[in-house]
Design a protein around this ligand. Structure first.
Ligand code: C5P
Length: 320
């Protein structure tokens, strides 16, 4: 007996800009954001099962383990995991009876504001749709991704994209060349709802009307010019102050990146990962060494973007 096995890789991301508006009746905040996919990947392997069961196992990539030590936050391996929910969503949509063994190889920091869980979900959607031969269109896959979470459609899409709505309404951005990043990982994650709630409280204190979220043209200009200096100056994250209020030690991480001449430093998404933009790959390695020596992060990894979204890297028959 053989079983079909499909392996899919999906990237983590940084938000180059994240503008937040006042929450709507559904509790979600309207966003205007620019995502860039980085070459830190989640790899999800789906192996079909005839008995209808779903199982989930996980390993951490060597690079992440080396950066992080043994202190990586735990991820649940049950039905609450987004990859598991992705498999169930595909099964429901296409009326599939078969099951699947899912294996995740983590290369994106956990609970870091870099969409590691969203990349798992996007990769699992693509892998399950293929392993069960659902005949899904790309548009259908994107719809399923949007049901699973605001950042999941971008993990499917990849490259660099503008996200409106909850961040799930995407359009591609024009980008020249490659950008080099340094990501400082913390050993305590931040909860996205908690950061949004803190942002709400900060707005309430200000007692001024919250404007509609809009994109700054400077980011798009810097991207299309391939100009890291201009991009460094244009980086902006409306959630940053809320993340810093919940995790004040991140200030020291940001300072260390600036001390190593990062062109711009920002909290990624809802944090707590702090990302710095470098002039070159070489400069990124220099910033990494500096931040490591300053001992202001649990781990430091370098990454480059943009990189493609979810791609099938293997589709095999394996012996049972
Ligand atoms: O969509 P996702 O499940 O990733 O969102 C997690 C939480 O983050 C939501 O439950 C909500 O509290 C918050 N969120 C938000 N506005 C968005 C996206 C997320 O308030 N646009």
């Amino acid at each position: 007996m053989t079983r079909r096995q499909v392996r899919v890789r999906a990237p983590g991301k940084v938000n180059l800009q994240l503008a937040v508006g006042a929450a709507g009746a559904d509790g979600f905040h309207p966003l205007a954001t620019v995502f860039q996919a980085l070459d830190l990947y989640e790899t999800v392997t789906a192996t079909s099962r005839t008995d209808g069961q779903i199982t989930l196992a996980m390993d951490t990539s060597r690079a992440l383990r080396e950066a992080w030590g043994e202190d990586a936050p735990a991820v649940p391996l049950d039905e609450s995991n987004l990859a598991w929910r992705a498999a169930e969503a595909v099964r429901e949509r296409y009326g599939v009876d078969a099951g699947v063994d899912l294996h995740i190889l983590k290369g994106v920091p956990v609970a870091g504001g870099m969409a590691g869980g969203s990349a798992d979900a996007a990769a699992a959607v693509v892998a399950c749709a293929q392993v069960w031969d659902c005949g899904a269109t790309r548009a259908e896959l994107a719809e399923i991704c949007a049901q699973l979470g605001s950042d999941v459609p971008f993990s499917l899409h990849g490259h660099t994209a503008v996200g409106m709505g909850r961040g799930d309404v995407l359009s591609p951005a024009m980008v020249r060349g490659e950008f080099h990043w340094v990501c400082a990982i913390q050993d305590q994650g931040l909860s996205t709802p908690a950061v949004f709630a803190r942002w709400d409280a900060m707005q309430a204190e200000r007692a001024a009307a919250v404007p509609e979220p809009t994109l700054d043209a400077a980011v798009m200009q810097a991207l299309s010019a391939g100009d890291p200096f201009a991009l460094g100056m244009a980086l902006r994250n409306d959630l940053q102050d809320a993340a810093l209020a919940l995790a004040p030690h991140l200030e020291a991480t940001m300072e260390a990146m600036y001390a190593a001449e990062a062109l711009g430093v920002i909290v990624s998404g809802s944090g707590p990962t702090v990302v710095g933009l470098a002039r070159s790959r070489q400069h990124a390695l220099g910033i990494q060494a500096h931040v490591k020596a300053a001992r202001v992060a649990a781990g430091v990894v370098t990454a480059s973007g943009p990189t493609p979204g979810a791609v099938v890297v293997d589709d095999l028959e394996v012996a049972d």
